[in-house]
Each structure stands twice: as C-alpha cells, then as structure tokens.
Design a protein around this ligand. Sequence first.
Ligand SMILES: [Zn+2]
Length: 675
Amino acid sequence: MTNPLLSERTLPFELPPFAAISDEDFEPAFEEALAAARAEIDAIAKCPEAPSFENTIEALELAGKELSDVLSVFFLLASVESNPKREELQRSFSPRLAEYSSDVMMNVPLFERVDRLWQQRDTLDLSAEQARLLELSHRGFRRSGAALDEAGRARLREINTRLAKLGTSFAQNLLADERDWFMPLAEADLEGLPGFVVDAARAAGAEKGADGPVVTLSRSVIVPFLQFSPRRDLRKRAYEAWTSRGANGGQTDNRELVAEMLALRHERAQLLGYENFAAYRLEPEMAKTPQAVRDLLMQVWEPALERAKADAFYLERELVIEGADMPIEAWDWRYYSGIWRRKKHDLDEAELKPYLQLDRMIEAAFDCATRLFKLEFTPLEIDLHHPDARAWEVTRDGQHMAVFIADYFARSGKRSGAWCSAMRSQEKLAGDIRPHVLNICNFAKPAEGAPALLSYDDARTLFHEFGHALHQMLSDVTYQTLSGTSVPRDFVELPSQLYEHWLEVPEVLRRFATHAETGEPMPQEMLERVLAAATFDMGFQTVEFIASALVDLEFHDGPPPADPMQKQAEILEGIGMPSAIRMRHATPHFAHVFSGGGYASAYYSYMWSEVMDADAFEAFEEAGDPFDPKTAEALEKNILSVGGLREPDELYTAFRGRLPGVEALLKGRGLIAAE
Ligand SMILES: [Zn+2]
C-alpha cells in the first residue's frame, strides 16, 4: 500500500488526505522524504557545472518539497491534536530535522557555490527578486556557520541539535502541565458567574471527564473566571496554577531547560562572531540592534506604568467599597477592573457577549476583506484534521487565490494560544502554487446546539489571525523563501495588528454584532460604550507585555544568566514592576521564546509592529474612509503581496511615504491624549 502522505494528492486544491492518514504513516513518510531531500541537496552541491542562479539558488528553492509537505501535515496534527504517539514522533523528528538543516546550511561545497554567485552578483543580470533571494541565501549560510572551520561547525551542530531537543521538551512540559491541572467547582462556587462562564466551565468539565464544572488553564476558560469570580480564594488558586505552569518541580519543570538554552544560544552567537544572542538575532530584523528595541520599550514603559498606577488607585477603591481594605493582588486585578469597567463604561462582558457570535465575526472578517481586497469566500465540504475545523475557497474575480482553514475551538491536546500557519505557501517557481492557510484559535466551545459566543478579546484575536492569513493569501512572488509572512519577525505582526482596527470600525460592528437570540444589531449606545472602552485597562496590558519583552531582551543581551529566575526578578525590580501585575508570560511558560525560539529576543516585535499598525491605519483615516480603495491597493501592492521582497523599512516607506513615530501607538493605547 502506498503511503497517503507521499502519494499524489487527488483531493481538491491538493489538500492533504487527512481521513486516510494514520499515525503509523508518519515515520516511513518522514524517512523517505528526508532521504529524498538529502539526495537533492547533495546533487546541487556536487553539480559538475559552474554555479548559476538556476542550478544553485533556484534548485535550493525546489529541494525538499516532499519533506515540507509531510512535515506541514505532521506539525499541524502534533500542535492541534496531540497524543502520546505524536509526541514521541516529534521528539524523534525534531533533532533529526535540526541535524538535516545543519547539514544543508553548513555544507561547505554548497556554500562555496552560493558564495561564488554572491561575489559575482553584479554581473549576473538578476531581477530585483532574484538579487534579494541571493542576498538572503548568502546571509542565511553565513549566519548558520557555513563559513566556520570544521571544529566550529561540529560544535554548532551539537548546539543546534541540543536546542531543538530542549525546545520540544519545553513545549511538551507546558502541554502536560496544562492538560493535568483543573479545579472542580461546586455548585456554590458558581455563584456570581455569568451564564457563559458557567457554560464554559461545564463544557471544560465534560471535556476533562469530570463530574461537574471545572476551571482549566486554557486562556478562554481561566481569564473569564478571573474576571468574574467573586471568590478571592478560588481566583488565587487558579491564578497561581496558571502562572506556575512549567515551574511545578518534577519532570515537567522548565527552569533548568531555560538556563541551558540561554547558555547555548550565547555560545552559538559568539561562535558566529556576534557579541551575544540578541546582537545575532536582531541583525536581520527591522530594529537591527538591542538598543533600538530597548529605546522603544522604554519610551512606552513610563506612560504605561503611570497609567497602571493611576488605574490601581481606582481598583483599590473598589476593594475598600467591598470592605476589604488591602492592597490589590495579581489575582484580583482582572476582577476589580471588570467591576470598574462596568461602572465607568457601563460595559459588562456578559451583556456584550451575545452580540459577538463566532459565525458573525467570521463573516465580518471576510466582509472587510471583500471590501478592501475584493476577496470572496465559499465554504468547502471536505475532510479536515478535526471535525471542528472548517474550510473555504478564497477567490478574486473568479480566480482561485487560496484555501482558508479555520480551527477555532479549544480542546485537550491542542497547543494554547492562537496562530496562523500555511500548510503550503504561495510561489510560482514550481508552478502557480496558491497557499493553504490556517487560523488556529482556542475559543471556548459552546454547549451542544448553542451558538459560539466570543469575548471582545476573542473577536480581536480572530481578526488578528485573519490579518496574517491575508498576508499569505494575497502573496504574489516567485520564490517561496520570500512569500507571504516570510518577513522579519518585527514586521510580521503589522498585517495582523492592522487588521484588528477594522473590528473597531463602527459600521462593521453595527452590521455584524447582532444578538444571538433576537438577531437585533448592537444598540448604538452600547456600540459607543464598546468603542470608548477599547483603551480600558491598557496600562495593565502594556505593563504586562513590556515586562515580558524586556526580560526576553535582557536575557539575551549579555552573558547568559546562571539563574534565569533570579535575573528575571532583578530586571523586573529594575524597572519598578508593580506587584499587582505580573509578566504576560513568565519565563517557565514563555513558549514564544523557549519552545522553538522563534521569538527569542524578539517578543518586542508585537510592539514594534504596533508602532506601524497604528500609523498605517491612520492612512485610511486620513483618506476619510476605512475602506478607501486607493489606500487598500497601496497596502496590498507595497506590503501584503510582496512578502520579504525588500527590507521592511523600504516596504513601509513605499506604502506610507515615511517611517512612523511612537505617537500613534501611545494615542491608540490611550496612554497619551489624542488631540
Ligand atoms: Zn500575530
């Protein structure tokens, strides 16, 4: 029997045959595809002809296609539908992939070919896109150690393999801590909780196989619980479990892994000739240097801290009103800020929620894309990786643009958080390939037959991930390496964060925020309250974010700390972190930075991108229409369709005519007054 992962794809749009794939297929498919990829690389390195752009750079682009097809399916399933078998496979694949990647990127004859092309670049008559690809390829080899001597390459290889292993363990430990912990709620513990929180707790209980409602560590369950439960003791217990993920001692403790990873990253950076990991990591980013990052974070830190302190004063007043005269603690903040929000803006999450139906919010995200970029969405009836997942065909003027797959509900075995990935990226080298784009979220699943309702934050997340999806769907380049979201990390959040702004356009809410039972649109005065409350509690949110971003930066900008937890405490003390607010992600569960390391010394990039998204949306405001066709066209032409074709500052300047300052962000977050 042929392996369904390797056989020709016969489903519409060449989607993977999920229904035919079993866990037993992965190992043999992986072996075969990996061997094929190695043979292809070998053939390029040993090519008897003199190096040309086609026989070297383009050949590299085309190598390993089968492997990436197998892995895109495997990693999707391992992250959204994990099981012990898949975890075991991931543990065995990840060091071997790191080894393969080292073998390619440290292949001396291969690098010599790329290097020769790089030396001749001015005489090769390359297009702008080809020149960019050659530049990135050469830089990639250099940054991966291809120019090192043999001993250096051998050590680098060891470091890479070890880091890959540690990153996988970090993620798996976190998943285990999230899966194992839950807090049963007795009927009396439900008092004061709005219906949707009770429903989510009951659904979580059913999912865990418990007798009654439970609180789990899934953000969509625990955050509403912290917002609404009047029971300080329960809030404290849940909060402490949530914030000690990865730091519970025993087999799933991540703290020692972190120390080792930081030391290995530092060693790798020095081996490659950089002062430390942050200097190495930031070189290809828009920010370029640790100091540029620190400058941005500190420009925002002071106003954010001031705002949070002012807010704490009001929250503590609520405690006094309740007769509890004590300082506010971390497990209190969300609860009292909810009470204060209801007073100040007369806005109650429970009152708002019936207006934010998942299906209507999907429609809203689609409709904005239709108005801005003329994209149309048609549901597809097709077997996917899980019954909760749905797919649409995306077209423009009748032309196929992409397949969009969304998997919105939380469940056990699904990695927490929300993200966008592509199972296949846009390119034209291997034919006119259009992307398969995924949005994965962790919204609370409704009870059987009830409509799925979102919090306002959830709705923003949906728009955010859809913004990333657009960056993939609108991509129009030749080479996959430059396609879609293949841009520097501190630029990649621009399309996603920018898209969140359309949720706040009043006419979008008016049309799509309709009541789940009555179908009535959100009343005008409520809509005004929602928009007015958009910057509510931004002091808290900004402080918890910057604290995480700074700890991440300082961990990597200097010699590695022997005791990261102590270093974390020192950094927080140094910036005057208020005791009632904690890091958005503390080190032992900071998956952005330690599971795989994609955001290592780059967590700041959300804020860096926000500087641009606030300023970019102002372009639509200045045009007097949030759907201004000319501005949308400029956005697509200069940013959304061109991936990593040019340096981000050039892309942004092409769109806006200049680079942005920090003011639009401070205004957008309500940290300084808008004029
Ligand atoms: Zn994002």
